[in-house]
Ligand binder design. Structure first.
Ligand SMILES: [Zn+2]
Length: 365
């Protein structure tokens, strides 16, 4: 049994001074006020759930390349140091190519499955995705792929305007894969239909889609308007103006914003050119120097940024913990409450991470 006491607990709807008791990796008691039991005194520090990043491709020079489990481990370790105790491994590619490496024999402890960014997305909005990785809609192929590997695939981005989008989305839902609308030129009407077919999220809202026009509101308009949609948002201050992030928090229900990094393998690497991409400080672009190609962002920084921009701490933390857990149906984590996994972070007043626990185990970082 482990007791963490004298903490400032960040709960889904409020802050509270109190304590947490952990047994066998699970939170067995949360209380307000003093705790009479022996335990670690956090001296008022924040205790928050471990961060959950639904959209991340790599970091520290390593990517979630399914062919290379070492690389997956290094990328997951890089983000663990920044407080991400659960992430999906974000990959791009055709289903035939990806299928060669699946099912994965081993996944890092802080991963919960795979996110497919494509391949059924709009060739008109590829962003930094290699155009060769964008494929014609093929419902039969998706059915075959998910029949074989569905247990490891948790999340997929599909453009709602594609031919056969309805079949693709319904197939994904049949296998319990969560669907986001992304890399898309969809109208708001198509997006509304896609929500009926089972789309529940918007992939990096505002990026990879046309901006909102008052006569053509598109996916951005729908993301803002339809309360049922979870909205991913990249919080590095480069992809999105901070005031747009405040606008999103103002407009969306408090349980529907998902802070993501969209971090790529080059995150943490020195400035320079690497294949199709280049690093310039904390900005990563294609070699044209213009097209943003993923981020050099981390979840600890996401929280610090959002609070600096004026988002309240509870909402900022929630967008990186309980909301993504609910969006993905990970019902055992993301919240400090009895029965939930003891994936926890101790933060100082500057919201920097001091200690990381996964299932109650202190991680060395
Ligand atoms: Zn991405």
């Amino acid at each position: 049994m482990e007791v963490l006491k004298n903490c400032t607990l960040v709960l889904p709807e409020r802050l509270g001074k109190g304590y947490v008791i952990i047994e066998e990796g699970i939170i067995t008691e949360v209380g307000f006020g003093e705790c009479s039991q022996e335990g670690e005194d956090l001296q008022g520090a924040y205790l928050v759930p471990g961060y959950i990043d639904v959209h991340v491709h790599g970091g520290g020079g390593a990517g979630f390349e399914l062919a290379d489990l070492d690389s997956c481990q290094r990328a997951a370790d890089f983000h663990l140091k920044h407080g991400t105790t659960t992430m999906l491994m974000g990959v791009e590619g055709g289903l035939d190519e990806l299928g060669k490496y699946l099912p994965l024999k081993k996944m890092p402890i802080n991963t919960a499955g795979i996110f497919l960014e494509g391949p059924f997305i709009s060739p008109e909005r590829p962003g930094a995705i290699d155009p060769n990785f964008i494929k014609e809609p093929d419902p039969d192929k998706l059915t075959d792929f998910l029949t074989k590997f569905g247990s490891q695939i948790k999340y997929i981005a599909i453009a709602p305007e594609l031919n056969q989008a309805e079949e693709l989305i319904k197939i994904a839902r049949k296998f319990n894969v969560v669907v986001s609308a992304g890399h898309t030129i969809s109208s708001i009407e198509k997006l509304r239909q896609a929500t009926m077919w089972g789309t529940s999220c918007v992939c990096h809202t505002f990026n990879g889609m046309p901006p909102m026009h008052h006569r053509e509101p598109g996916v951005v308009g729908g993301a803002l308007l339809y309360d049922e949609l979870y909205t991913e948002i990249i919080t590095d201050g480069i992809h999105i103006h901070p005031e747009i992030i405040r606008l999103l928090f103002k407009v969306k229900p408090f349980d529907k914003v998902l802070a993501i990094t969209d971090s790529v393998s080059l995150n943490g690497m020195p400035s320079g050119t690497y294949g199709r991409r280049m690093v310039n400080g904390n900005k990563i672009t294609l070699i044209d120097g213009k097209t943003i190609a993923g981020s050099a962002h981390t979840m600890d920084k996401a929280i610090q940024n959002m609070v600096k921009w004026g988002i309240d701490l509870v909402s900022a933390i929630r967008s990186a913990t309980y909301n993504p857990a609910k969006a993905l149906g990970l019902n055992d984590r993301g919240r400090i409450a009895t029965g939930f996994r003891a994936d926890l972070l101790k933060l100082n007043n500057n919201l920097e991470i001091e200690t990381i626990y996964i299932q109650g185990q202190r991680q060395t970082i």
